[in-house]
Each structure stands twice: as structure tokens, then as C-alpha cells.
Design a protein around this ligand. Structure first.
Ligand SMILES: NC(=O)c1ccc[n+]([C@@H]2O[C@H](COP(=O)([O-])OP(=O)(O)OC[C@H]3O[C@@H](n4cnc5c(N)ncnc54)[C@H](O)[C@@H]3O)[C@@H](O)[C@H]2O)c1
Length: 440
């Protein structure tokens, strides 16, 4: 049972969230007072975290939850009940039981936090059922399914949002603000990626979801069968906003290169006994995958995937323009005429001077939740989208574009690094679409 202190803390947080969260992204009062009713598909490690963050918001109900593991589902039901809400109905009859959840007529939206291969098929089914999607990040299985996603979104009355929390990070929103004000000048090159030592997690699995018969989980499997950038969206999402991708700009081609695979076998040799099943694994993934993406307006993006080598975690963000440069790993910025020649200045000073208005409002109500507060912001944006019947801030065109990096990088690597054309998922609409993410 929830203790009194936890309950009191949650109640205070919930009332703050209820009164203030709807104003984080717009001053509009055109909000529905009725509860937002969400279904959940997948409540493992991440899904549970997302659920806990949403439970802090008043006026959000959870009538239905689906998972293939009874323990995970029961834990999620318990969390909802402990928050004082009705116990959600369980959908536990196998990998396609989510389709029964989608038949309900009382859901406004569905949160999808399942393993990667399910993301786009489940999003398409959800849109076809007329319900809004909030889908976790990961790779697409193919560019064809990205097209199917876009077509489903275009044919659905409901919106589709990719839950890319990196777009809501404090530093990246301040940089969006700065670049919109022209502080870095004309932008030329952005760098980013997912540089995270996940060796143990890739080889042995996370233990919160479905395991493979030989051990490990979906991330293990994807590293065994794919050679491309399999986690592109964290690094790319904020850069795509800064470069107005799908809104006045677009990606036109991609070239990718992979090193050999050595890091996972090295870790296995050093940490596991010689008779461990992981000694037999073969890894298709190169340890460092680098993609270079050319943009219509003349910029390029260098994206790195590096999860099989020892290193501190980083998104490797760098933004270079004609008037200055930002570098995440140096935590530094250099502005022509403002910074001492050839030297970094600490980013903190600029962070407060160019704080994004969303973060100014957020700091007043108190930062909360995972990923340095970014999770609460992205989920507030989804709830606000449903309450105010607004378009998705990170929509199906963004989701298709960012997730397509995986199959496109695989294709280019197979072609020895040759450029492959980047599909225009907006079918020309990028020309007239205006930037819309976090404008105020
Ligand atoms: N945005 C972030 O910062 C962040 C952080 C962690 C994970 N993630 C993403 O969240 C997703 C889930 O990751 P995770 O670590 O929670 O994995 P997990 O394995 O812990 O959880 C996945 C859950 O989905 C369930 N599931 C699997 N197949 C299903 C099906 N057909 N129907 C219903 N449920 C099904 C599993 O039983 C499990 O409970 C991944 O896409 C991951 O990349 C994002």
C-alpha cells in the first residue's frame, strides 16, 4: 500500500501538474475539462516510468493496459489503483491482444512502450482505430513501414506523436531558442548521436521484458541481425527541430559507414565464463556507425551510434554556424565577437540568458520526473495535445523520418557507404509546413 507521506507528495504534485501543466506549451484556455483517457501497451521498464509520470497529472485516467507479461501488467494496475484511480482492465492474451484494447470506444490515446519491432505496426493499428498515438523511440523495421505509418496518420482523425524526450531537454530547448534568434548565425553542420556503454545490457538483456530463449532481449537480437544506426532518434530529434526538418527543410540523402564489431565479444570474453551461451553469439552491428545526412538547405548532420564500447554517456551534440559553435561534451559555446578567440565559454551563462520560455514556466512550477525533467514535459505536451485538440508537436512525418535512419543506414553500409536517397515522407508538404515545435 502507498504510505501517507508518498500519497501527500503525489497529491501536491498532481495538483500543481493539473493547474499548471496545460499552460506549459501555450497560453490557450481552449482546454477540455473532461478527463483524458489513455490505454497503455507495454509496461516494462520504460512503460512503467512513463505511467508513473502520467500518474502525477490530474485528470488523466487509465482504463486499459496491455502487456504479455502478467507480473508487469499487475504492477501497472497496482500503481494506477494506488493513485486513487479505477483499476485498469487487463489485456494479457498474447502479442496481438492489444488489438482488443484498441476496439474500446472510451480511449482518447494509447501509449506504446513495447520492444522496437512493434512500434510502427502498433502505431498504425492505433491510428486506424481512430485513437491518438504516443509512441516510444527506436528504429523502423523498414522504410516501407514508415510510409504505411504516414499514410495511416494522414487517413486518421487522430494524431501521432513520437515520444522523443531529447527534444524537451533543457539545453536543447535553449539551443533551439538561440538558433531561432540567430545567435549561431547560418547553420552548417549539426552532430549528434547515441553514445552509451550498453555492453552488459545488450549481451545479457535488461530483465524487465521478454527474454530470448538463449538469453538477452530485443536489443540483443537487433545487434545480432542489423548493421546500421539502430537508435537514431535521441541524437537526431532536437537537431531536426533546429534545422526545421519537414518544415521548410528536409533530408535528401544519407551515407553510412560501420566499423568492425569487436566491443561486445571483448566484453563477453572478459566478463562471462567460456561456457556461457553469449560466447556463441555473432554480432552483425559495427561498434561505431556514422551516418552523414545531407539537407535540402545545404546543411549536413553527422549522426553516431556507439553502444558497444567503454565510454561515458553522451549525445555528442555539436551545432556549428557562421557565428558560433556549441559542443555538448565540452559543455561549451563559442560566439564570434563575444567569446575570447579560440576558447570555449561555459554553456551555463548562455543557458540562463536564452532559457526557452517553456523551461522558464516549467522551472516556476518545479522540475520533476525522469531524464532531468524532460519526460514530464513531453508527456504534458501529449496530454495538452489531446485536451486542446492540437496537432502533434512531434508528428508522424517526424517519426517516419527519424526512425527511417535505421533501414537507410543499413542500405548505405551494404553499398559500401554510397549515398541513398532519403524518402520525402511529407510528399512535398515540407515546403509549406511552418516550424511549430515549442514556438512560445
Ligand atoms: N525515451 C527514453 O528515454 C527511453 C528510455 C528507455 C526505453 N525507451 C524505449 O522504450 C521501449 C521499451 O523499452 P523497455 O526498456 O521498457 O523494454 P522492456 O522490455 O522492459 O519493456 C517492454 C514491455 O513490452 C511488453 N511487450 C512485449 N511485446 C508485447 C506485445 N506484443 N504486446 C504487449 N506488450 C508487449 C513486454 O512484456 C514488456 O513489459 C523501447 O522502445 C525503448 O527504446 C525509451
Amino acid at each position: 500500500m502507498i504510505d501517507r507521506r508518498t500519497f501527500a507528495t503525489r497529491a501536491i504534485t498532481a495538483s500543481l501538474a493539473a493547474s499548471l501543466a496545460p499552460n506549459l506549451f501555450s497560453a490557450s484556455t481552449n482546454s477540455s475539462n473532461s478527463d483524458v483517457r489513455l490505454g497503455f501497451i507495454g509496461v516494462g521498464g520504460r512503460g512503467t516510468g512513463v505511467l508513473e509520470t502520467l500518474l502525477e497529472m490530474e485528470g488523466v485516467q487509465f482504463p486499459a493496459i496491455c502487456d504479455v507479461i502478467g507480473k508487469n501488467l499487475a504492477q501497472a494496475q497496482k500503481l494506477v489503483e494506488e493513485s486513487g484511480r479505477d483499476r485498469p482492465e487487463a489485456y494479457l492474451k498474447g502479442p496481438y491482444d492489444y488489438r482488443r484494447l484498441l476496439e474500446r470506444d472510451d480511449l482518447h490515446g494509447v501509449v506504446i512502450a513495447t520492444p522496437w519491432r512493434w512500434h510502427i505496426p502498433m502505431s498504425i493499428d492505433t491510428l486506424n482505430a481512430g485513437k491518438a498515438v504516443a509512441c516510444e523511440v527506436g528504429p523502423a523495421n523498414s522504410t516501407e513501414e514508415c510510409w504505411e505509418l504516414v499514410r495511416a496518420a494522414e487517413g486518421s482523425p487522430a494524431s501521432c506523436m513520437i515520444l522523443e524526450n531529447a527534444c524537451y531537454r533543457r539545453n536543447m530547448m535553449a539551443l533551439l531558442n538561440m538558433t531561432r534568434q540567430g545567435l549561431l548565425g547560418d547553420l552548417l553542420q549539426c552532430r549528434g548521436g547515441y553514445l552509451h556503454d550498453l555492453r552488459k545490457r545488450i549481451i545479457l538483456g535488461k530483465g524487465t521484458g521478454v527474454s530470448l530463449p538463449t538469453g538477452g532481449d530485443y536489443r540483443t537480437r537487433q545487434n545480432q541481425i542489423r548493421n546500421g544506426d539502430i537508435y537514431p532518434t535521441h541524437g537526431l530529434g532536437p537537431l531536426a527541430q533546429i534545422l526545421d526538418i519537414n518544415r521548410g527543410n528536409r533530408f535528401v540523402s544519407l551515407s553510412a559507414f560501420a566499423t568492425k564489431s569487436s566491443g561486445l565479444q571483448t566484453w563477453t570474453n572478459r566478463n562471462l565464463p567460456s561456457d556461457h551461451p553469449a560466447q556463441q553469439y555473432e554480432w552483425a552491428m559495427g561498434d561505431v556507425v556514422t551516418s552523414i545526412i545531407q539537407c535540402q538547405n545545404g546543411e549536413n548532420v553527422v549522426l553516431t551510434h556507439d553502444c558497444a564500447l567503454p565510454r561515458p554517456k553522451s549525445f555528442g551534440w555539436q551545432i556549428q554556424g557562421t557565428l558560433g559553435i556549441y559542443n555538448e561534451e565540452a559543455n561549451g559555446i563559442h560566439i564570434d565577437g563575444r567569446s575570447k578567440g579560440h576558447q570555449w565559454e561555459p554553456f551555463e551563462k548562455y543557458q540562463s540568458e536564452f532559457e526557452h520560455p517553456v523551461w522558464q514556466r516549467y522551472q516556476k512550477i518545479g522540475i520533476r520526473g525522469g531524464h532531468d525533467g524532460a519526460d514530464f514535459l513531453e508527456l504534458s505536451a501529449f496530454v495538452e495535445m489531446l485536451r486542446q485538440d492540437k496537432p502533434a508537436p512531434l508528428d508522424a512525418y517526424d517519426m517516419a523520418t527519424w526512425m527511417a535512419i535505421t533501414p537507410l543506414s543499413e542500405q548505405s553500409i551494404q553499398l559500401g557507404g554510397q549515398p541513398v536517397p532519403f524518402p520525402d515522407f511529407s510528399d512535398g508538404k515540407w515546403r509549406n509546413r511552418e516550424p511549430s515545435f515549442a514556438l512560445t
